[in-house]
Design a protein around this ligand. Sequence first.
Ligand code: ATP
Length: 676
Amino acid sequence: MSASKERRDKGGVKIRQFFGRLFSPVDKNTANNVISEGSESSSGGSSAIGEISGPYNTVHRIHVGYDLNTKKFTGLPQSWLDILLRDISEADQKKNPTAVVTALKFYAATVMKSQETDKFIHITQQSVYPSDEDTDNDIDVVVTNDVDEQGNDLPPRRQHEEPQYYEKVSRHDRSAVEEAETQSCPTPIAPVVPPRMSKIHTSSPVTSSRPTLPRHRQPSEDTDDDQSPYLVPAALTDQRDFHGKPLLLAKGQPRSPAHRPPPLPPKPPHLKTSSSSPSPFVPSLIQLSPTSSKPSSEHSPSDTSSVDNLHSSAELDNQRRRRDSDPGAGADQAPFSSEDEHHQNGNGTAVEVPPPLVRVRPPQNSSSNEPPKPTPRKLTDSEVLEELHQIVNEGEPMAKYELLQKIGVGASGTVSTARARSTGEIVAVKRMMFKSQPKKEMLLTEIKVMQQYKHPNLVNYIESYLVEADDLWVVMDYLEGGNLTDVVVKTELDEGQIAAVLLECVKALNFLHSHSIIHRDIKSDNVLLGLKGAVKLTDFGFCAQIQPGSKRATMVGTPYWMAPEIVNKHKYNFKVDIWSLGIMALEMVDGEPPYLHETPLKAIYLIAQNGKPEVKKRDQLSPEFNDFLDRCLSVKAEERADTVELLAHPFLTKAKPLEALIPYIEAVKKLKQQPH
Ligand SMILES: Nc1ncnc2c1ncn2[C@@H]1O[C@H](COP(=O)(O)OP(=O)(O)OP(=O)(O)O)[C@@H](O)[C@H]1O
């Protein structure tokens, strides 16, 4: 098909000249083999680990050296070395051994660990959540000699000094770590070959399995072929899966060009601002009226009573009660309705005024002298079940809803459309097999966030059911436009449209952050679109609630969108969502996030090595957009913008009305419905 034909005129919709962003160079067959290899070896590995230590608070260390003469890593299991060489060239390894260690730690913390403890692995490029922050076993890479960025030895650290280049001891309970080490002897972790792209669930019970859910997402599994509303033209499925998610390609398979005709404004002279330089667009903090919403920074920790996770419904109930009794105590008291306030954008078009702005308290520098925080206890399955029972509705969902078409399959279950029998309303229903979920608490988190935190830019929860203690239904609004990934992959949004999408997402994040909630998995796949242009965040399973000023440590998210502080296993806070938002903005420009063609391991290496990704089309973007990107993609989290700053950013004032998205959403839907 010629480029001009590809650029169909669908109401002015610019179709990208490539069919779907590519996926990492992975051979599906290999990937499938990997699963079985991983599963087999994991049993062995798991039992070995089980003998060494108990199921919780243990760290399995891999001691890695760096030989300055040969400029090679030592101490790595052969399979790791193979993977390292496959994914990161020797030249790259030499260039920045520290970044290699970071990537290895990612591998250890995610792929490796999951294969030891979990049999449920999706070989797709998706979200990674390696372990519970504080309770699961952990595998850590420890460098036995320090190297600097050039691979040179560093002087030995004094005892009180924190390691600069890696975490010497895991974030987990130190005494338990030491105990595990004493017990554990240098048992090598069973070598396994990792999948390149994994959606990983780790579960404590080694025996857990998910026979009811597919291990590998295939287009045919995503939907019923015969009745799917999402019939994808063959060309479109070349490189993306059924939902526009990238498919795995064999290494070396050529990429499709991701270029598109440049909508070229003249290059502004001041474009080359560094990320750390202060933005010329940084607005001053907007003061909140006492009657609208109060910044969470005004909450004392006891007032907020945020827990380090969303486990305790009692705590959340308390928070709700506190907010109810104190009208100024939460941003949810603020009017979020888009009709409430409007202002004029540069074109004189009415655009939504963001909801009341809430600045989250910046993180305090944590002192190494601080006593360790108590480890939140992991809920048992029966406790999760008990909490679920308190949330879900009584009754038989089948009596209330008629299931229609399968929309897709996620890691935890299947999403279908359904019709409410009484009203005829079309809704989306996510069904999950509770008993076989490796991360049951995540379901709880997802439902609780949706249920308790309502906002026009968050997918609206309607109700949930638990049938026979296993068949969990989450009923929510159906967003007919599908996810943003399809739109960014197949069409070219202009800056006004990109700004419109970002504005809605920033509003959602402002709301979440104001409630001390980090989303932790911001990416286009998790932004759903309505046919009237609604833009809503979804997928709240990774959400974490933090005390204002505190930080998290778990490496979760999706590698390509992960902030540097996450890949470097540093403590992080809500600013990780801002970084991911910046990456998502790049997706809207380029059709894909940076490094998408690399394996996750290499991507992690590159994020650690490069920090801020190159904005390839910098010269083609307006100064405001460039500045917006710079503010989101500041490597130093403390210098990165927060949602308050972004909501007032001049780039977002360029947002077109949401209706401007409609032709694009419709065009993508039509493309998907075309027969193969
Ligand atoms: N409310 C909704 N309206 C329309 N489509 C939806 C809705 N919720 C999910 N989807 C679509 O259904 C598919 C599966 O969604 P799901 O949230 O289960 O996927 P996931 O994020 O990959 O997995 P998980 O949430 O289990 O980790 C995705 O393509 C998603 O865009």
